[in-house]
Write a protein that binds this ligand. Structure first.
Ligand SMILES: Cc1ncc(COP(=O)(O)O)c(C=O)c1O
Length: 419
């Protein structure tokens, strides 16, 4: 089931700049893998709390209020991530948090091997490459399946040995747009190396589907505020009780499981709470009978609805809409990965014969359609090289996009493809 027009209007109205770029003017936003639209409520709450002069941990009422906001933020982070145990905390960015988790896991881990995959973002493989040898360990990246553009148990299995200290898994690729069955990979790792620290990069996935940390049996999961309807300048990490208790950078004498360093930005916690309130609202809007549902059920309902809506947008991109041919129907357009895949999460990367993808992105920009090019730079080379792609256009949707916006994108693509 997809959103009706009235609900889609209501949804879009909750975000800043849904229709209009503040610099360029009217545009359709298909750059959600670069960063989602921002909830108005997250901006308002951020501004309100940034203005507070008080610090946390004092006896005055304003200070106590700030601490309450942080505690609520933590509870909301666990709610959204589906985590009933462990610790949550914010850091500078997703990259910073993943680096910190990997580094501490490597030095806490027992074993001689660290593994990840070539589907990963440098935010996980860079710290693995750096810290594994320093800790006297070997780091290996398994290949992904270049046909499905997904990594699965099949690719991880040969690299899993009892000597595994740390494993990293990407939940969804911001290049191929496919999501990964992290639970299955984690189960395979646990069966062979039960004490392995498993760290998941959930940064691309979290805005597009459910996160059920209680079901994954992993030790770390990271998301970024600006990729999840909130704002820049913070990421959120969840860590298992086991990883939380491991030695890590902290002030001498601080409680063992505190991983935050220094004074926290209350407004980041508050902005995250606004994201959770929004998803609860969306869950109740689609469920209708909201009164009976728990907050977690509302979030799960929202996640199912988001997935269905994004699938409709992907179908429109792939198979056409408004009388225009889709990416999967144009002879000179080549889609990255299978046209139909249950792993595809709101995104399609593609190339057009005879056109450099960087130029295609410029043409789309000129026509008021925001996309992004992925090229063989230090962010994407690891994924594009095995796919034999110099570059590609990435059209990344979110649940607030419309078929009319897809039509706008396809108009330019059809023109360039000579259709
Ligand atoms: C899968 C993935 N991991 C990590 C990152 C880095 O996140 P951040 O910009 O919060 O450091 C990104 C950003 O594009 C990403 O898509």
């Amino acid at each position: 089931m997809t959103f009706d027009a009235a609900l889609l209007t209501e949804i879009r109205d909750k975000f800043h700049h849904a229709d209009v770029c503040p610099i360029q003017g009217p545009r359709a936003f298909f750059e959600n893998a670069g960063g989602s639209l921002t909830l108005k409520a997250a901006v308002e709450r951020t501004a309100e709390l940034l203005a507070f002069p008080d610090n946390q941990g004092r006896t005055n009422v304003a200070s106590k209020y700030l601490v309450d906001v942080i505690e609520q933020g933590r509870a909301d982070m666990k709610l959204l991530l589906g985590a009933s145990s462990g610790e949550v905390f914010i850091g500078e960015s997703g990259t910073e948090l993943l680096g910190r988790l990997v580094r501490n896991a490597v030095f806490a881990g027992s074993g001689s091997l660290v593994i990840g995959s070539h589907l990963e973002h440098p935010a996980t493989y860079s710290p693995c490459r750096r810290w594994a040898p320093i800790a006297g360990m070997t780091y290996e990246q398994v290949d992904f399946d270049t046909e499905t553009t997904v990594v699965s148990v099949d690719q991880y299995r040969p690299a899993i040995t009892p000597d595994l200290a740390v494993a990293t898994i990407i939940h969804a690729s911001p290049v191929t747009g496919m999501h990964v069955d992290i639970g299955a990979i984690a189960a395979e790792i646990r069966a062979v190396a039960p004490d392995c620290f498993i760290i998941v990069d959930g940064i691309q996935h979290a805005a597009h589907g459910r996160v059920d940390i209680d079901d994954y049996d992993v030790d770390g999961y990271v998301v970024s505020g600006y990729k999840l309807f909130s704002r820049h300048n913070f990421g959120v990490a969840w860590i298992s009780d086991r990883l939380a208790a491991m030695p890590h950078d902290q002030l001498d004498g601080a409680p063992e499981t505190v991983w935050e360093l220094g004074t926290r930005d209350t407004s980041a916690y508050a902005a995250f709470s606004e994201v959770v309130r929004y998803l609860e609202w969306l869950g109740s809007a689609v469920a209708g009978d909201a009164a009976a549902a728990s907050p977690r059920e509302l979030i799960e309902t929202a996640a199912v609805a988001i997935r269905a809506q994004e699938q409709d947008l992907v179908d429109a991109m792939m198979w056409g809409t408004g009388g225009l041919s889709g990416l999967g129907q144009l002879d000179s357009v080549h889609v990255v990965g299978p046209a139909n895949s249950e792993h595809r999460s709101g995104m399609i990367s593609f190339t057009i014969d005879g056109h450099d993808s960087l130029d295609v992105v410029d043409e789309l920009n000129a026509d008021g359609v925001r996309t992004h090019a992925r090229k063989q730079d230090y962010y994407s080379a690891g994924v594009l090289k095995p796919l034999d792609l110099v570059n590609c256009v990435r059209a990344s949707a979110s649940h607030y996009n419309s078929r009319a916006e897809v039509e706008r994108m396809l108009a330019t693509v059809n023109r360039l493809a000579g259709a």
